[in-house]
Design a protein around this ligand. Structure first.
Ligand code: HMG
Ligand code: MG
Length: 293
C-alpha cells in the first residue's frame, strides 16, 4: 500500500503561523523516523501566492535521507527552481473545473494542460511526475463535477506523460457512493494507470471514502496528512486532508500493512501541531497519544 504523506506541503500551505525551515525539517525527519516512505515535501510555486512554502529551495537540499520526496511545480519558473536543487519527483496540478483552476493557478484547465506540456518537455531524464486532478467530485465555485469530466482531465494528464494520477476531493464533500462511481470509471477507463485518492476530511467522510475506493480500485494508493493538517487556500471551507494516523490505523486493523509506526507518527504530528498552536483532532492520533501516556 503506497501512502503519500502530504503534510509538509498540503498541510502547511494554508497555515498563517510562519513555520521555520528548521522546524519543517524536524517534522519531516520525525515522519521519516515513523516509517513514512513517500513525502510531498514542498511546492515551487509563487511565494506571493503561498508564502508559507517560499523556502522550498532552501529546504530541499537539507531533507533527511530515507524517504522519496516530491514537490509541486506549477509553471516553467517552478520547474527550473526545482531542477536546480535536484528535485526528481514532480507533481503538476490541475482540476476538473475551470473555476477552481482560475483561482488556484490563474489558468483554465485547457491553459494548464498547454503549460504542463511545456513543463514536461523540460523534465530531466529518469524523473517521475504525478498529475493531480483537483475538484474530482465537486468544485467550491461551480458545484458538482461529472465523473466523466474528471476522467477526461486524467486522460489528458496521462497523455502528457504523467506516471501517476491523484484524484482530489479538494473540499472534502464526497460520499462513498460518489467515490465508488468515479472509482468504477477509473478502473474501466484507466486500467493501467497508477492511481491515488486524495481525500480531505471536511465532513468526516474521508475514511469511508478510502474503503469505497479500495472496493473498486484495490491497487490504488492514498494521500494523507499527518495529524489531518491542511487545505487549499483557494478552496474556501476545505478542512485538512484525511489524517495519516486515521488511515494507518484503519488499514492496519483491516490487515493491510503500511510500514508506518502509529505511535511515532502521532508524536511527529503532535509536535508540528503544537508549533502551529493547534490541538490534535485525529481520533487515531488522540488514541495513540493517550495510549503512550
Ligand atoms: P500568476 O500571478 O498568474 O503568475 O500566478 P505570474 O507569472 O504573473 O507571477 C506572479 C509573480 O510570482 C511574479 O513575481 C513571478 O515572478 C512569481 P513578480 O514579477 O510579481 O515579482 N512567480 C514565481 N516565483 C517563484 N516560483 C514560481 C513562480 N511563478 C511565478 N514558480 C502561478 C500563476 C501558477 C505562479 C500562481 O497561481 C501559483 O503559484 N499558484 C499556486 C497555488 C497553490 O500552490 N495552490 C495550492 C496547491 S493545489 C492544492 O492544494 C490541491 C491539491 O492538494 C489536490 C486537492 O486537494 O485537490 C494538490
Ligand atoms: Mg489537497
Amino acid at each position: 500500500m503506497r501512502i503519500v504523506e502530504v503534510g509538509p506541503r498540503d498541510g502547511l500551505q494554508n497555515e498563517s503561523v510562519p513555520i521555520s525551515t528548521a522546524v519543517k525539517l524536524e517534522f519531516i525527519a520525525a515522519l521519516a523516523h515513523a516509517g513514512i516512505q513517500e513525502i510531498e515535501a514542498t511546492s515551487f510555486v509563487s511565494p506571493k501566492w503561498i508564502p508559507q512554502l517560499a523556502d522550498a529551495a532552501e529546504l530541499w537540499p537539507q531533507l533527511p535521507a530515507g524517504p522519496k520526496y516530491s514537490a509541486l511545480v506549477p509553471n516553467v519558473r517552478g520547474m527550473l527552481r526545482a531542477v536546480e536543487v535536484g528535485v526528481t519527483r514532480f507533481a503538476i496540478f490541475t482540476a476538473a473545473s475551470d473555476a477552481f483552476t482560475q483561482k488556484n493557478i490563474n489558468m483554465t484547465v485547457e491553459e494548464s494542460l498547454v503549460a504542463f506540456r511545456e513543463l514536461l518537455a523540460m523534465r530531466p531524464p529518469n524523473t517521475w511526475v504525478r498529475g493531480y486532478v483537483s475538484t474530482a467530485f465537486q468544485c467550491p465555485y461551480a458545484g458538482k463535477v461529472q465523473p466523466e469530466r474528471t476522467i477526461e482531465v486524467a486522460q489528458a494528464l496521462i497523455e502528457l506523460g504523467c506516471d501517476e494520477i491523484s484524484f482530489g476531493d479538494t473540499i472534502g464533500v464526497a460520499g462513498p457512493s460518489e467515490v465508488k462511481r468515479l472509482a468504477k470509471l477509473v478502473a474501466k477507463e484507466l486500467p493501467s494507470t497508477e492511481v491515488f485518492w486524495h481525500f480531505h476530511d471536511t465532513n468526516g467522510t474521508a475514511l469511508a471514502n478510502v474503503f469505497a475506493a479500495l472496493d473498486e480500485t484495490p491497487n490504488a494508493g492514498f494521500d494523507a496528512s499527518a495529524g489531518g493538517l491542511g487545505g487549499c487556500p483557494y478552496a474556501p471551507g476545505a478542512a485538512g486532508n484525511l489524517a495519516t494516523e486515521d488511515l494507518v490505523y484503519a488499514l492496519e486493523r483491516e490487515g493491510i500493512a503500511t510500514g508506518i509506526d502509529l505511535a511515532q507518527l502521532s508524536l511527529a504530528s503532535a509536535s508540528i501541531l503544537s508549533a502551529l498552536g493547534r490541538a490534535p483532532s485525529s481520533k487515531a492520533q488522540l488514541a495513540a497519544l493517550s495510549a503512550a501516556r
